[in-house]
Design a protein around this ligand. Sequence first.
Ligand code: GLP
Length: 253
Amino acid sequence: MDIIIRENYKLMSKYAAEIIAGYVRSKPDCVLGLATGSTPIGTYQELVRMHREEGLDFSQVKTFNLDEYLGAGIDLEKPYPMDQSYARFMHEELLKNINIKKENIHIPDGRTKDPKKFCIWYEEEIKKAGGIDLQLLGLGGDGHWGFNEPGSSLGSRTRVVVLTQQTLDDNYEAFYKKANIERSEMPHFAITMGIGTILEARNILMIVNGARKADMVAKCLEGPITSQITASAIQLHGGEISVVLDEGAASKL
Ligand code: GLP
């Protein structure tokens, strides 16, 4: 496992984007697992810059997102401003700004009528694409990956989950509140890739910033592997792992 510490958020984001760009350059039809949250925004901005200024080519890249709120999701042709779905987030922050083909984008469908069936289909699509080459991950305040809340099995697959109070609070502050959405209107359920699904990605890139996550970073990387901190499963992965941190996030290592 490579742990890379950069001075600040901007440099952390640049480093992470460079790792992703390396995959895209060396394997133009690579399969990327993507994440949401405030952490990857800088990384996505840097990838957009590389696409515009350096011609980084996403025309053959396939993407699979980790998760989506259940009940949320957009018609990408007609996004509406109140929508806080991860589909909208991905569209705004990255996908509409690069030359990726629409048919190569996969984001769990938060508006599916049959979530169970959808989750099985999603897993099959990942397999059909040949598996994920590089999975980008953030770290939830309670140590989760995707929406694999404390207590999720480390062998779990794509499924419907109930969000914990902490995640609802964190994500309300970061996204829903800013969009003037009432707390009660925020979705409480989500679809997420499981920890077992994530661990099947060939390589992993985790990015974390800010001193408020320093304790969780230390527990995740140096503490026991436990379903109470699902990101601690990173220690079980046998591929290439890069953990890119800013100084705040690394301060308890
Ligand atoms: C959400 C996402 C996670 C993400 C986490 C951290 O819960 N489902 O994938 O890692 O938020 O978010 P942030 O980067 O805003 O701290």
